[in-house]
Design a protein around this ligand. Structure first.
Ligand code: ADP
Length: 588
């Protein structure tokens, strides 16, 4: 479903739409739930009938046959409970998986700006926590409501039939308990949310204390850290106190209700018996019905809580699904490279760019032309907008004013996929996916053969390093994997691009200092990669700058200087100053 379809439908209809593919399981769940309620409701009536009619006539054989049937009924109920618990949860988890699939597919369409504004941790909690609560509601919601309503209603009818005065007395008291239960549960939930919020903060502090252990030791500041840790620990302890108090009130209240209700019934029943309006067996049966009341009351109040959490989670999910991606293909978008091979001619025409409509311009009136096969280096002070410029070419963001042309096409007229397939980007901080080095290199072209992967690793000058690792190409990297140096990660990302083999290249060099051997290897890998491709380099190192055909100096909002290394040095302007400064640092 598109974001538009999500916007046009209400929450309830959207929620119901997730049940549609699992209708068979849903009906099975409901039928079994009905069976469970029926067994619970018939037991007191049947045993009353057996006691009243069979026992006085000493029809013991029939009496025990009826008891055996009741036992069988409870065996059946156990079977039904199994189905409801197992298949019902399965239905819930399938709905959860469907929702998660839709959510992830939608998140993939959202643009960079969305990920700038939303933190990963926050999004993760949506994909895990929220969806779990939705699944619980999807499964328990209809079933709990159904079983509880049927049981309560059924018991009400039966009790009215048996002794209407006693039944009415019970129905005056029960709503009081129900209200108490719902109210207390709500309080419990509120304080549990508070505890969760506090815990998140405390966990953050604890994490910082632990990850800062080395710094603390270096400054001999263990005492300060311990004091901070203990303060966090105390707040953790106190945060839970309020929660446990509401929990204790709730449980003791429910215990009280469970105990007092049968006592009240028996006391008032005693009066009715005194007045000759009722017999002993009816009173016994009646008390049994009173106990069948308690569990639906508990279930209903638990359901209220689940409903609140589940609907809040589902609303957050729907709100996300309703977001329209900021960058979308035009309906008549053109496939780059479909009609002619991609030459790699990049023109930036009078481009102005702001991250937010209200924030200051990062680039203002920038124009440049990179000819096919040319290597252009962009240099300038940090924060000058170099990375931003590079992100506009693959259309990670759209220009605010002006336009960017690729082989004469405005990038907004091209299919994003075809645009990005033709651009290779080596970013400053390389992301490695959890998996082997082999998988991570093959990410550049998932159908590459092992020989091609090895060849790419060789050309990226990383193969020798890989051979020295514990499992070679099959060494596990990413989270909980082998730690790679920044230089190694960059060469892995270069290997990816060798496999991808795009006509256009964007290199965002690492700013962090590299040793001279690593720098040399990265440089020669870059040079090899840049051959025959249009290349835009954000250069921080002298060596890369010198190998460029042309150098652009970006400063403040636009291009301050342009020319070859020699031309710019001769001019003695910003570039010359920057170069001198870098050389002085390098010499040190
Ligand atoms: P450079 O690569 O020259 O160091 P950048 O292009 O990274 O410069 O940054 C230019 C300016 O844009 C900086 O002021 C930076 O704070 C801002 N900026 C960079 N990325 C974002 C973003 N995703 N959202 C908002 N502002 C950003």
């Amino acid at each position: 479903m598109s974001p538009k379809a999500f916007r046009e439908r209400g929450y309830l209809s959207l929620f119901a739409s997730y049940y549609r593919p699992h209708m068979a399981l849903f009906l099975l769940d409901m039928i079994c739930a009905l069976g469970i309620a029926a067994v619970d409701l018939s037991f007191p009536q049947v045993s009353r009938w057996a006691m009243q009619t069979l026992l006085p006539d000493r029809l013991f054989a029939t009496f025990f046959a009826v008891m055996a049937i009741l036992i069988l009924a409870y065996v059946l109920k156990a079977g039904l409970s199994f189905i409801v618990t197992y298949w019902g949860h399965l239905m819930g988890v399938r709905i959860e998986a469907d929702i998660r699939r839709d959510l992830f597919a939608h998140m993939q369409t959202l643009s960079f700006s969305f990920y700038d504004k939303n933190r990963t941790g926050h999004l993760m909690s949506r994909v895990t926590g929220d969806l779990f609560e939705i699944a619980e509601l999807a499964h328990h919601g209809p079933e709990d409501m159904f079983i509880s309503a049927v049981t309560l209603l059924g018991a009400f009818v039966v009790m009215l039939n048996m002794q209407w005065k006693l039944a009415l007395a019970v129905f005056v008291v029960v709503p009081v308990f129900l209200l108490f239960s719902v109210f207390q549960r709500k309080r419990m939930m509120r304080s549990s949310t508070q505890v969760k919020q506090k815990l998140a903060g405390i966990n953050g502090e604890v994490e910082s204390c632990i990850s800062g252990m080395r710094t603390a030791k270096a400054f001999a500041n263990e005492d300060t850290e311990r004091a901070k840790f203990e303060a966090a620990n105390d707040r953790y302890r106190n945060a839970k106190r309020g929660y446990y108090r509401t929990m204790a009130i709730y449980f003791s209240g429910m215990e009280f209700a469970m105990g007092i209700l049968p006592v009240l019934v028996i006391a008032y029943g005693g009066i009715l018996i005194m007045q000759g309006e009722m017999d002993f067996i009816t009173l016994t049966t009646f008390s049994l019905y009173v106990t069948t009341f308690i569990s639906p009351i508990r279930k209903l109040s638990a359901f209220m809580e689940m409903l609140m959490q589940g609907t809040a989670g589902f609303k957050r999910f729907v709100d996300l699904m309703r977001l329209e991606p900021e960058i979308q293909d035009a309906p008549d978008a053109v496939e780059l490279g479909a009609s002619a091979p991609v030459a790699g001619d990049i023109r930036v025409e009078d481009v102005t760019f702001r991250y937010e409509s209200t924030s200051p311009a990062v680039l203002e009136g920038v124009s440049l032309h990179v000819h096919p096969g040319e290597t252009v280096a962009v240099v300038g002070p940090s924060g000058g907008g170099k990375s931003t410029l590079c992100q506009l070419i693959p259309r990670f963001y759209d220009v605010t004013e002006g336009r960017i042309l690729l082989d004469g096409w405005d990038v907004r007229e091209l299919q994003q996929r075809s645009l990005r397939e033709n651009i290779g980007i080596v970013q400053q901080d390389v992301f490695l996916f959890a998996g082997t080095i082999y998988d991570n290199i093959r990410y550049g072209r998932p159908d590459a053969t092992e020989e091609e992967v090895i060849e790419a690793a060789r050309r990226a000058e990383i193969y020798e390093d890989i051979l020295e690792m514990p499992d070679g190409l099959n060494t596990y990297v990413g989270e909980r994997g082998v730690m790679l140096s920044g230089g190694q990660k960059q060469r892995i990302s270069i290997a990816r691009i060798f496999l991808k083999n795009p006509p256009i290249l964007i290199l965002d060099e690492a700013t962090s200092a590299l040793d001279s051997v690593t720098e040399h290897r990265i440089q020669s890998a870059f040079d090899e990669l840049a051959k025959g491709r249009t290349t835009l380099i954000i250069a921080h190192r002298l060596s890369t700058i010198r190998s460029a055909n042309r150098i652009l100096v970006i400063d403040g909002c636009g291009i301050a200087e342009e020319g070859t290394h020699e031309e710019l040095l001769a001019r003695g302007g910003r570039y010359a100053a920057l170069y001198e400064a870098q050389r002085a640092v390098a010499a040190e």
